[in-house]
Design a protein around this ligand. Structure first.
Ligand code: S3P
Length: 429
């Protein structure tokens, strides 16, 4: 198992940084391109392990995907020419691949099987299997078809109206993709706003999607047309450096070309509410996604309560926000975040264990935690729990610890941010 020992540097963060492409948009770009007939080019694609699982899934189905660094050329003959994979598809650690591909595989006339790694094999798939079954999908698997491995007896699905029971962009997207392949009009009504990249990006591929408040409608029988996509920088990756520059004294850091979709920018709102000094300059739109530069200067943070509708917007940023809370004066409460228990690991338990080892005052709740700050963090040996975002949170914590921090099982960081340590070293001055 890989580990890294990080010694206190007492250095500040300065200079500028380009974070890698957005994970959610990278997955969607490769899915939509692979379903289109023709050639699409995706640039600034995130080549982390998760997105490569989606690439491999379509290669298994006969799509020619050429990778040159972060540029993908996707050459597909379209929905009707995808072939049955000769072996089970490996979804790896990727929940997004598993959920979104379930929507696709259920609706294509192919028989496929798929499995995941140890972590993904424990994560709930019934959240997609159940609503897909209402559309006529035939999906079978362990534990009453709620866990991977799954077998998909794909076929033409019928449309449905879904009232979602969870606030999940993955579930919404799986059902929209299934709806796109089905007969008739499918409607998905969200329980609360979640990231809207599927609805924003499908029209770039010529697919008609109607959004009215929390209702999203898609007409079946549509095939995407090829499109060239430039993926913006991932705000969820930038989040680690937004917090790092805020809590390491004397820092001033610029992060360029970050995707600032309003369903994803909660980290900036939350940090500003805590007193962070962040300048935001939107300078371009990629499709309909706003993209801009951030300048972050260190500042004294204050505790806040994070709850309700903001939570889905910051769902991947909660671990790093929890670290920020240890450096805020007063109490920070994070609630309504029970979804964290179903991520790559139980992130409520992992955050509490990690920050407690480092010397923080943190208490777990069923749906979040309470953190009392400001505490000076000591150091120690922590585990990533195989979760990239816990591993990166531990590495950022080491920047403000008095003693060494060892992050065990650090290789999982490659899932979303293969160049993380290189980038971190490049801005420590
Ligand atoms: C994602 C949605 C979120 C998020 C994940 C990526 C997506 O999951 O945690 O990292 O790309 O749709 P849920 O939809 O399960 O909340």
């Amino acid at each position: 198992m890989s580990s890294i020992e990080l010694t206190p540097t007492r250095k500040r963060l300065s200079g500028e940084l380009f974070v890698p492409g957005d994970k959610s948009i990278s997955h969607r770009s490769v899915i939509f391109s692979s379903l289109a007939e023709g050639t699409s080019v995706i640039t600034n694609f995130l080549t982390g392990e998760d997105c490569m699982r989606t690439v491999e899934a379509f290669r298994d189905m006969g799509v020619n995907i050429i990778q040159e660094n972060d540029r993908l050329t996707v050459q597909s003959r379209g929905i009707h020419h995808l072939k049955e994979p000769a072996h089970p598809i490996n979804f790896g650690n990727s929940g997004t691949t598993a959920r979104l591909m379930s929507g696709v595989l259920a609706g294509l006339p192919l028989f496929t099987t798929a499995y995941g790694d140890e972590s993904l094999s424990k994560r709930p798939m019934d959240r997609v299997v159940e609503p897909l079954s209402l559309m006529g999908a035939e999906i079978k698997g362990r534990n009453n078809s709620s866990l991977l491995p799954l077998a998909y007896n794909g076929k033409k699905l019928r449309s449905a109206k879904h009232n979602l029971k969870v606030k999940s962009a993955q579930v919404k997207s799986a059902l929209l993709l299934a709806g796109m392949l089905a007969e008739g009009e499918t409607e998905v009504i969200e329980l609360g706003q979640t990231r809207n990249h599927t609805e924003m990006l499908l029209p770039e591929f010529g697919v008609d999607v109607k959004v009215e408040g929390r209702s999203i409608k898609i007409q079946g029988g549509q095939q995407p047309t090829p499109s060239d996509i430039r993926v913006p920088g991932d705000i969820s990756s930038a989040a680690f450096f937004i917090v790092a520059a805020s809590i390491v004294p004397q820092s001033e850091l610029t992060i360029r070309n970050v995707g600032l979709n309003p369903t994803r920018d909660g980290i900036i709102k939350a940090m500003k509410q805590m007193g962070a000094d962040i300048d935001v300059q939107v300078h371009t739109y990629i499709g309909s996604e706003p993209v801009g530069d951030l300048v972050i200067r260190s500042s004294q943070l204050e505790g806040i309560t994070l709850e309700g509708d903001l939570v889905p917007n910051i769902i991947d940023e909660v671990p790093i926000l929890a670290l920020a809370a240890t450096q805020a004066k007063g109490k920070t409460v994070i609630k309504d975040a029970e979804e964290l228990r179903y991520k790559e690991t139980d992130r409520i338990a992992a955050v509490v264990e990690t920050l407690s080892i480092l010397g923080a005052d943190v208490e777990a709740k069923e749906d979040g935690f309470i953190i009392n700050g400001q505490t000076s963090l000591k150091g120690g040996c922590i585990d990533s729990f195989g979760d990239h975002r816990i591993g990166m949170m531990g590495a950022v914590a080491s920047l403000i610890c008095d003693y060494n921090v060892t992050v065990e099982n650090k290789d999982c960081i490659n899932i979303s941010y293969p160049s993380f340590f290189e980038h971190l070293n490049g801005i420590l001055n």
